[in-house]
Design a protein around this ligand. Structure first.
Ligand code: CP
Ligand code: NVA
Length: 308
């Protein structure tokens, strides 16, 4: 029987914290959980959740994943815990990791989640930072694998802001050998360090393309992906961004320029009419709700592997 294997790294803070083989293993475990072919338990283990930003999918999918594993979850709200009062991360991390077996944290700065991991005696999972959303990218590539068995034949086009979701997609894309095209307005390119790390992994293959032209970026693409133009924490940029992102909406016209069997992904929540139209979300090519479901299966697998 397939059994979860412990990951080399203690923490999961970035897409690149798993090797290629570990990534495939997590997806295999996730598939087995999804098909109810694996009965692996983390009896009595406790997951601590810290969310400095709002969440529906990540919060609930972690809760349910842990519950399916036979464990429990403690959900900490910064406004009712001492986190919001400014208790230092190094104190919170040392205390919580004496109670909990694993922590999943959604916060602003990547350096803050790194600080948690430095002081926590238990694994820390990145449940979204301004820089990355690696749990989301795991679910995204699981959804892509359900449609296209060979990653090396996939062209993934992300249209919109070069944000946390784009960064994690780029890094896994590089690890898996997927051609990744990012179409964003000038000034909204993904993080430079992320681009450089991805290019180093791709070596001399020119498989990461950053462009400002959505129509050319979707030609022949198998996967069209978008996310909100203004992420959490960028509320004050909304008006400006709404103007600068005109023309970067996934609408039926853009979809027509992609491969005819292209699937549509969005991490959700979506602003229908801004980054994507209602018609495209509800179209037969949309896999957005399968993608949301897969969050739970990959996180169940990730917990199993981190705590094995
Ligand atoms: N996609 C995602 O992370 O959704 P939530 O913000 O609802 O968790
Ligand atoms: N880029 C978005 C993703 C939300 C799941 C944000 O950070 O708000």
């Amino acid at each position: 029987m397939l059994n979860p294997i412990k990951l080399e790294k203690k923490h999961f803070l970035s897409s690149l914290d798993t090797s290629f083989d570990e990534f495939l293993h997590i997806l295999e475990i996730a598939k087995n959980f999804k098909n109810k072919d694996l009965n692996f338990k983390l009896q009595d283990k406790v997951l601590g959740l810290i969310f400095d930003k709002s969440s529906t999918r990540t919060r609930v999918s972690f809760h349910v994943a842990m519950s399916r594993l036979g464990g429990t979850t403690v959900d900490l709200n910064p406004t009712t815990s001492q986190i919001g009062r400014g208790e230092p991360i190094k104190d919170t991390a040392r205390v919580l990791s004496r109670y909990c077996d694993v922590l999943a944290i959604r916060t602003f700065k990547q350096t803050d989640i790194e600080e948690y991991s430095k002081w926590s005696s238990k694994p820390v999972i990145n449940a979204l930072t301004d820089l990355e959303h690696p749990c989301q990218a795991l679910a995204d590539f699981m959804t892509i694998k359900e449609e296209f068995s060979d990653y090396k034949k996939v062209v993934l086009t992300f249209i919109g802001d070069g944000n946390n979701v784009a960064n994690s997609l780029i890094l896994y894309g590089a690890l898996l050998g997927v051609e990744v095209r990012i179409a964003c307005p000038k000034g909204y390119e993904p993080n430079d360090l992320v681009i450089n790390r991805a290019k180093n992994i791709y070596k001399n293959k020119n498989l990461l393309k950053i462009t400002h032209d959505p129509i050319s970026a979707v030609q022949g693409a198998n996967v069209l992906y978008t996310d909100v133009w203004s992420s959490m924490g960028e509320e004050n940029q909304k008006e400006n961004k709404d103007k600068n992102f005109l023309g970067f909406t996934i609408d039926p016209n853009l979809v027509r320029n992609a491969d005819k069997n292209a699937i549509i992904l969005h991490c959700l929540p979506a602003y229908r009419t801004k980054e994507i139209t209602d018609e495209v979300i509800e179209s037969k090519n949309s896999r957005i709700f399968e993608q949301a479901e897969n969050r739970m299966h990959v996180q169940q697998a990730l917990l199993a592997c981190l705590l094995s």
